[in-house]
Design a protein around this ligand. Sequence first.
Ligand code: PMP
Length: 412
Amino acid sequence: MSTFYDEPVHLVRGEGVRLWDADGREYLDCYNNVPHVGHCHPRVVQAICEQAGTLNTHTRYLHEGILDYVEALTATFGPTFDTALMCCTGSEANDVALRMAQALTGKTGVIATDHTYHGNTTAVHQLSRSNPPPGGYWDNVGFVPAPDSYRPLGGEAGMAHARAFAAEVEKQISVLEEKGYGFSTLILCPFFANEGFPDLPEGWLDPTVEVVRRAGGVIIADEVQPGFGRLGSHFWGHEKIGFTPDIVTIGKPMANGHPVAAVIAPRDTMYEFRNNFRYFNTFGGNPVSCAAAMATLRVVQEDRLQDNAADVGAYAKAGLQELAGRHDCIGDVRGSGLFFGAEMVLDRATKEPATAFTKRVANGMRQRGVLLNFLGRHYNVLKMRPPMVFSRANVDQVIETLDAVLTETPLA
Ligand code: PMP
């Protein structure tokens, strides 16, 4: 495994937004979205313990846990999404979603962006450009340039950029059709999280959705990162950018660290898949996983954590913008809710990415007790995506620490 930071962190305990290492040193967690409602949230821990002490089997037996959870989960979506299939990881969910899309369309061509990550199964790994698969990419996979609001395709931001992106998708659809695979699906994260979370207005995907529908394809929204209220304004990323996908996949934060994921789809799509593939997953949807997922969802809803994400996230962005007034290395501040960050550049005029500097900054933050990381097309975007219980006081600590680290870290 490759670990984070030049000097890896050895964690032994967590609580809320705080983590402690083996030497007793405390860290502020400004990065981990998996402990969505905070590390070791007592309600989730209790739900896991109680269910583990009562029964744990699999979905070959009837159990209320999966039914109650899927009902509660699908209630957070629009009316067409009325069924879900549970698995254990985001990779599995995307793998299933690809097969669902292929069953639905009878075609096999898949399109993704050229700077994404959708997981680690053999099929899903084909969509990852950062780690090319051994033997090269399958011929039925096409890529389109990842959206970038800071350096937009064609040079123009907003809807011109949106149309340029749609045109690239259309081009790839033609390529897949000419090769004889036909076009099955466009898979994307509606927040383009791994691409560097560009700032895209509502309606930005509309031209793309039109192109996909016209070609008879489906859209898979990979909500593994932006879902469950993180973006503040909306519960799901596809709602924020304003379109209805055909299939949604979720994972990571779903059960606060317990390995749970799901594919959400309309009933007809699910039945088509079930009839073609007879899916079974030994661990997916087991009673303990469902208890953990249900407790997590209830905490998000009852503690109004989406509202907290909106408030604290806006405060964080304002703090970063203020910092940009004093540090020229910050070229752009972006984000929504508790998913925010800053793009670092060597020169604001040329927008030359400060890739090595960004890595030094992430390491400097770690040395000062704040955990964050970096990503994006040039690996120069500081990524902050803390547990949803993050407070304004926590933001103050991040901004003060970042101010100090930016001051002491040499740019070149
Ligand atoms: N989709 C996206 C957008 C992801 O970021 C990730 C993990 N980083 C995955 C899917 C894969 O999820 P998992 O690691 O649970 O398989």
